[in-house]
Each structure stands twice: as structure tokens, then as C-alpha cells.
Design a protein around this ligand. Structure first.
Ligand SMILES: *Cc1c(COP(=O)(O)O)cnc(C)c1O
Length: 363
């Protein structure tokens, strides 16, 4: 049976294999394992790609968000608002920064943070709101920003799933700060863990770099209690090679998403919706189906690598159930969500098979 993976990392590697090998040789020759010229070059290139002056590479996306939050002044006593339907890392980063996690519901059509709910949850203790650009499209940050005018609340964007996405032509972190993850399966994926913070603020960038480097930029000078969270040279080689192709790869994901829209029209599925003004990069193509677990099992049994993002809202996990609360939209959609295989190299033939298997599973 021909398997169709959720993400085909081998196909992506084939496209960059030669460059990666040559780059690895450079890093080995220079023994520039942590930091070094490849990391500096990647930071510059990713900042430019993001339309921002500063990029700081860190060890993973969870650290990136934690350090971004700390850089803007989030700490013990602060409240940080985030959506209940996100990957657990968003909440973990807030908790690790020492702040209180305040969850809000999502829009039932786009699954993006409910902006009105987020603004209604602001209290005098609120220091930040973390919109998550879920599945590859940007949340309406401009509405959050307008609603926060005059308040001392910073928007820290979780851009782990939206590398290259724009809203009204502008990317994540423009006018502020965003964290991202280069986990292998992300649109821009390393060959291990990696992440970054992008920002327009030199001061925030310096603070993130300082925190990630044991609290000091000069050896044995430690001005802050930091952590060890740095990008390594081998990962930077991979990221540079893939960044060169990211715009093309995202365009191929858009074409694949459009093809799914056509193939699935007429089936008993709720198709994904893109917000007006958004250029989506389709990290995940997420539909909603009835009898989801049964449908998922049938897809998997026929070699289709479908998955769920995410089966359990944050407040229903053991780690955060103490928060309590009820988020009807997040709870209503969670048992219906189904992510179909999507990656730049997916073929029309593969997508037709996914649609066929799904149609049969729904019968
Ligand atoms: C992947 C992801 C993260 C965390 O990234 P890691 O590199 O795995 O630490 C955070 N938030 C969201 C929304 C993600 O998808």
C-alpha cells in the first residue's frame, strides 16, 4: 500500500540535500557548533524574509515565546491571554515566564482567537495577549491592537505555524514581536529543535538574546537570570537552504489547499475558511467531520496520515485543568477536527486518493 504521510520530510530533504551537505561540511570544518557565521547569516536572512530588522535564533519555539514574553516585561503577577485551542506550548511558555494563563475561546469558523473575548478578558494585571496564527493564517491582530489602544498590554504573536503568511500584506511581528518554531514538521523546519524571535525593537531583540545566553552577552557577565537557548550552526545550515525555497513551497501548499477545496466540495465536511485579507500558508489543512475518530481510523488504516490538531483544549489537559473555565467553541470543534496530509511536494494523485478514502470513510 502506498502510504501518504501527514508531512513528507524526506521529499523536502531531497530538494535541499546537496546544499545541506555542503553546509554541514563548512560547519564541521569551522567547528562553529553553537552560534557562528551560519547562525548570524540565517538570522539576517530570516529577519529580511519577515520584513523586520531583528531576528534572534533560539533552541525551540516554546523558548522563543517564553523569552519574547519575558523581554516585553511579562513575569510573576502578570496575566497573559491566549486561546484555549492551541498547542500546549503556548500555555507552557506563559507559565514558565511566571505569569498566569488566561484562556479565551476561538472563532468557530476560523478557529483563530476570538478577539472580542480576548479584549473582554483584559484586567489591570494583563500584560500581554498571545494570538496564535493557527494552521498557517494570521489572526486579526489589527483588531486586537485597536481594542488595546491606550493600555499597557503587548501583543506577542505565536507565529510557529505561519512562516511566510501575511495579513493585508504584513507578516507576523511587524510593529511588535513574534515567536516561531522550526520544529521539523513546521513550514520552515530544521533537522532537530530550533526557533526564533523576530521583532522591530532593538531593545527586545537584545533582551531575548541576553536571556537565551545565560543572561549575558559577554562571557561570564550575567546581568539577568537567563537560560541556555541558542540556535546551532548545523540547524542554521538547514534553515538557510529551506528558507531559499519557502516562498515557493508555501505557494505549492496554497495550490494543494485549493485542490482539496475542490476535491472535497460536496462531501459531508466543513472546509477551512480563510479570513479576508489573509495570505494563508497552510501549515495544516484542517476540516471538520462527523464521527471523527472513526473516520480518522479508516484513513489511517488505508495509509493516509491524517491527524488531529488538537484533540484536547488546553483547559482539559492535566497540566492546565486547574484553570477551569468553559470555552464552548473550542470544546465543540475539538471532537470534529481532522488534519489531512499537506506539504509542498504532495501530488494531485495523492490528494485524489485522500479525497476518495475520506469519501468512503464518511459513508
Ligand atoms: C510548534 C508550536 C510551538 C512550539 O514549538 P517547539 O519548537 O515545538 O517548542 C508553539 N506554538 C505553536 C502554535 C506551535 O505549533
Amino acid at each position: 500500500m502506498n502510504k501518504i504521510p501527514l508531512v513528507d520530510l524526506a521529499a523536502a530533504h531531497q530538494e535541499v540535500a546537496e546544499e545541506v551537505e555542503a553546509g554541514f561540511k563548512r560547519v564541521l570544518a569551522a567547528t562553529a557548533f553553537v552560534g557562528g557565521p551560519e547562525v548570524a547569516a540565517f538570522e539576517q536572512e530570516y529577519a529580511a524574509f519577515s520584513g523586520l530588522p531583528h531576528c534572534v535564533g533560539v533552541a525551540n519555539g516554546t523558548d522563543a515565546l517564553e523569552l519574547a514574553l519575558r523581554a516585553v516585561g511579562v513575569g510573576p503577577g502578570a496575566e497573559v491571554i491566549l486561546p484555549a485551542n492551541t498547542f500546549i506550548a503556548t500555555a507552557e511558555a506563559v507559565a514558565r515566564a511566571g505569569a498566569r494563563v488566561v484562556l479565551v475561546d476561538c472563532d468557530p469558523r476560523t478557529y483563530l482567537i476570538d478577539v472580542d473575548a480576548a479584549l473582554a478578558a483584559v484586567t489591570p494585571a494583563t500584560r500581554a495577549i498571545v494570538p496564535v496564527h493557527l494552521y498557517g493564517q494570521l489572526a486579526p491582530v489589527e483588531r486586537l491592537r485597536a481594542g488595546l489602544a491606550g493600555r499597557d498590554v503587548t501583543i506577542v504573536e505565536d507565529a510557529a505555524q505561519c512562516q511566510g503568511a501575511t495579513r493585508h500584506g504584513r507578516g507576523a511581528g511587524v510593529d511588535g514581536i513574534a515567536s516561531t518554531s522550526f520544529y521539523p514538521g513546521k513550514n520552515l523546519g530544521a533537522y532537530g529543535d530550533a526557533g526564533a524571535v523576530v521583532t522591530d525593537s532593538e531593545q527586545w531583540a537584545t533582551t531575548v538574546r541576553t536571556l537565551g545566553s545565560h543572561g549575558g552577552l559577554k562571557r561570564y557577565t550575567h546581568d539577568l537570570i537567563g537560560v541556555n537557548s541558542r540556535l546551532d550552526g548545523l540547524q542554521a545550515v538547514v534553515l538557510r537552504a529551506k528558507l531559499d525555497r519557502l516562498a515557493t513551497w508555501n505557494a505549492r501548499r496554497r495550490a494543494a489547499a485549493a485542490r482539496y477545496d475542490e476535491l472535497l466540495a460536496g462531501l459531508d465536511v466543513v472546509l477551512p475558511e480563510t479570513l479576508e485579507g489573509n495570505e494563508h500558508v497552510w501549515h495544516i489543512y484542517c476540516v471538520r467531520v462527523p464521527r471523527r475518530d472513526e473516520v480518522l481510523a479508516k484513513l489511517n488504516a488505508e495509509g493516509v496520515g491524517a491527524a488531529i490538531h488538537y484533540p484536547i483544549p488546553v483547559h482539559r489537559t492535566g497540566a492546565f485543568e486547574h484553570l477551569g473555565g468553559s470555552f464552548p467553541n473550542a470544546e465543540a470543534v475539538a471532537p470534529q477536527l481532522l488534519s489531512l496530509p499537506i506539504y509542498p511536494q504532495i501530488t494531485e494523485e495523492q490528494q485524489v486518493r485522500v479525497a476518495d478514502v475520506l469519501a468512503r470513510a464518511l459513508r
